[in-house]
Write a protein that binds this ligand. Sequence first.
Ligand code: GDP
Length: 426
Amino acid sequence: MNNGAIVGINWGDEGKGRMVDLLTDHYDLVVRYQGGGNAGHTVVNDKGKFALHLLPSGVFRPGVVNVLGNGVALDPENLCLEMEDVRSKGVAVSPENLKISSRASLLLPWHRELDGLEEARLADKQYGSTKQGIAPFYSDKYQKKTVLAGELFYPEELREHLAQLLEWKNLTLTRVYGAEPWTMDKLEAWVFEYGERIKPYICDTHILLRDADRAGKRILFEAQLGALRDLDFGIYPYTTSSSTTAAYAPIGAGMPSIRIDRVMGVVKAYSTCVGEGPFVCELFGEEAERLREAGAEYGAKTGRPRRVGPMDLVATRYGVEVQGATELALTKLDVLSDMEKIPVCVRYRTSQGETDDFLFPTLLASARPVIEYVPGWKCDISAVRRWEDLPRAAQDYVNLIQSAVGAPITYISVGPERDSYIHREG
Ligand code: GDP
């Protein structure tokens, strides 16, 4: 059982960061394999509270090698800012413990600009982008119209490549959006300034992972966002622009043939969803406000209030299937401690009747949740560390979820701190 993945089962913000931070103890390498700086993992440990956007969560563990794989949207400017930020709080980041894939594509500043321009064009029909340039970046990557990090080592060829991209990109900027064109001077200055800073970290992560795997080192793959934001399996088009699944992890990391033995799916004890898109189990009004406050549900990157709802068994079961989760971590159980009775979405109601299965995206907008209530436990559980010490009603709630979604819940977290969790055998 060498390699593992930690992935989100729902819409993201499930608490993956804290689980990676906890489990990195058992791994030698932690790899980010998709996504960019558009979401944030929050990690609370002995060094303080951190909102990580691009850096892998293993960065806090001495001896762990952190990797940004070819599948990530590598924004050198934001990565440099993030490195400075964690360093200022006493966390060591150096070419020893951070490796960037030479095959990772660079997110260029015009991707952020285009993200903003497109959201402005969409006006009241926005996708709710974080405007970090992720969608324009991935479209350019698949059009083969951006540069690889490894090209920074070949400045002459890179200049030529940038000139071609500039000509093409300016057509879109000026003729489609009526924006100002980029100049070669401005583009080169940006690329070479941030490029020089990240160059010491760039390497061939295929070789790195191959050799680590052969040497019996343990590799942990860390996802950003959840199954329901996956480009292929999520609530399209309100998805992210990359694959958030465990199945994609070896590809986005740099070693497609690597085997993952353990897939830990992270599920929150209730539901949250940032931004636009169908969210069948959504709560509104005072009930929503209470849950949002209790769970401090505001975006790590944007500060936006998150939409909230009860545990959605339909979406969670689907997420478990999409991720191939072999076990689950149920986070933030303590947030529900004040509730007299706890709502659970057990099925969806559609014009065709009730269903246990997640729906095609178009049908989600008109589906309604079928809600059942289970008894709350009405006491503080944040100091509980053993399963047997959890109140009976809390145990029943955990077991209900486990049997409905089809994977064992092996970790239950009851507070944001590193040691606020209960472990039980699967
Ligand atoms: P991620 O992107 O999946 O890592 O999720 P977030 O960064 O949104 O993390 C979830 C938030 O909940 C963070 O602020 C965590 O510190 C916090 N958190 C994680 N686990 C728990 C828990 O068990 N109880 C409470 N109260 N907060 C938690």
